[in-house]
Structure formats: structure tokens, C-alpha cells
Design a protein around this ligand. Structure first.
Ligand code: PGA
Length: 245
């Protein structure tokens, strides 16, 4: 199989049913399969649709367990701007998952013991089966900024200036945070299946570097090309700099 597979959609909205189908396929697997969600504007429409599927019980996700990629340091689930807060606002059924222990939040205190406990909890569930990913303008995956070693696990990191710039509107009039707890690149590569979405012209250079530049920590997302089951969904604007191969 070609990995990553790359699919160029006519429009970003076409990704929503494809992403829902990914969750549905996962929910049909035995046991308590673990899905890793990604935050960011890229996934807003998907979460709206997922909330609808869950609320109307068209999707039986009762055995699914959720986690996510990263959290701003010190941002608890109730704090506006945080990733768990964003996920629960965007997809309210996740609040129930959180309450019943079926949503494993990234430990926002960044303490080594909390991070080890989180990694152990993910491992107890058999590891992440399906990981959704966005990509930063600078090629970051989660908050693995350029230069992050490929063999990194969960860790506390400094946010790149482009990342903080892109988060500025979210936190205005306050300044965006400077630090976050993030899953590492090795953590992400360890997920069984990866589905990355990138939409809009601002992502075109990062998409080009990810798929057609060197596999190098300078573009963390280039690591996807070392995964055997990775899938990339693009809209035409995000795909605009790709040369056909
Ligand atoms: P976005 O963020 O979905 O808001 O573009 C993606 C990312 O920075 O990884």
C-alpha cells in the first residue's frame, strides 16, 4: 500500500463524512479502541457532525475511548482556550466521556509522573488505534515544532512564534501561552492509523514539505512518510504546491 495516501478533495467539507467513517470503522472493532482527536479549526466541522452522530445515536461509540494530542501548560478542562475545553465545546458528548473516564486528557501540569501515567493509560488501552492530525504552517504535528527529535515521547515544549501568532486571536486580548504539553513524534508514529487533514492556502508550503521535502525534523510532519498506514486529506488550496509524481 502507498503510504501516505494522498487524496485531494473538491472542498474541505468533503472530509467530514470520510472522518466520520473512520470513527465508525474504529467503533466496530472489538474491545475499547482508542481514538486520538486533534484540535484546531481544521476539525471544527467534523466535531459538529460527530456531536450530531453521537447525540442522535446514529453512531454507537459506547466502547470507544478518546484522547487528544496536546494541551497548553496549566490549562485544565474548564479553562477557555485549552484543548480539552475546545473539544468539549465543539463536541459536547465528549463531556460525558470525560466524566465517565472514557476521555483521557493530556496532563496539563506537565509533571513527569503525570506524563508517565498518561502514557501508561494509553498503553493499557492498547495504544492509539486511530490518530487524527492537523499540520501547522511551520510543519508541526501536535506541538512538535520544527527541530523536535523524531524519537520524542510526551514532553513539555516551548511554542514556536508562528504557532503563537496563529493562536493570538483565540486568546485576545491576552497573549497566547508560551508552553504546552504535547505528544511526541514517536508517540504519533506509534498510532496504528494516521489521518491528517490540511485545508487552505496557508498550509500549502507545509504540505509540500511534508510530502515532497526531505524527511527531516525541520518539517516534523515529514515523519508521516515513515508510517505504514497514513492518509492525507487536502483541499485544492492546501495541495496547490504539490508537484505530480
Ligand atoms: P488548525 O491547526 O487546524 O487550526 O489549522 C492545526 C495545527 O496547528 O496543527
Amino acid at each position: 500500500m502507498n503510504s501516505p495516501s494522498v487524496r485531494i478533495l473538491n472542498h474541505a467539507a468533503e472530509a467530514v463524512p470520510l472522518l466520520l467513517a473512520e470513527v465508525e470503522a474504529l467503533a466496530a472493532r472489538p474491545g475499547t479502541p482508542l481514538v486520538g482527536f486533534a484540535t484546531g479549526g481544521t476539525f471544527t466541522a467534523f466535531f459538529r457532525a460527530l456531536a450530531d452522530e453521537l447525540a442522535t445515536k446514529r453512531l454507537d461509540a459506547s466502547r470507544l475511548v478518546a484522547t487528544h494530542l496536546d494541551e497548553y501548560l496549566g490549562f485544565g478542562p474548564e479553562r477557555f482556550g485549552g484543548m480539552v475545553h475546545e473539544l468539549c465545546e465543539g463536541c459536547p458528548p465528549l463531556r460525558d466521556w470525560l466524566a465517565r473516564g472514557a476521555f483521557l486528557p493530556v496532563p496539563n501540569d506537565g509533571q513527569p509522573a503525570s506524563i508517565r501515567a498518561h502514557e501508561a493509560a494509553l498503553a493499557r488501552h492498547g495504544g492509539v488505534q486511530l490518530q487524527f492530525l492537523g499540520i501547522g504552517r511551520n510543519g508541526h504535528l501536535a506541538f512538535n515544532e520544527p527541530g523536535t527529535p523524531f524519537d520524542s515521547g510526551f514532553h513539555v515544549t516551548q511554542l514556536a512564534e508562528t504557532t503563537r501568532h496563529d493562536a493570538r486571536a483565540r486568546f485576545a486580548p491576552d497573549e497566547p501561552p508560551t508552553q504546552a504539553v504535547t505528544s511526541g513524534l514517536a508517540t504519533i508514529l506509534g498510532a496504528r492509523r494516521l489521518v491528517l487533514c490540511a485545508f487552505g492556502a496557508a498550509k500549502a508550503p507545509a504540505v509540500k514539505a511534508m510530502l515532497q521535502g526531505p524527511i527531516d525534523p525541520a518539517c516534523p510532519a515529514s515523519l508521516l512518510r515513515r508510517h505504514g498506514d497514513a492518509h492525507v486529506l487536502l483541499d485544492p488550496a492546501a495541495a496547490a504546491e504539490l508537484t505530480r509524481r
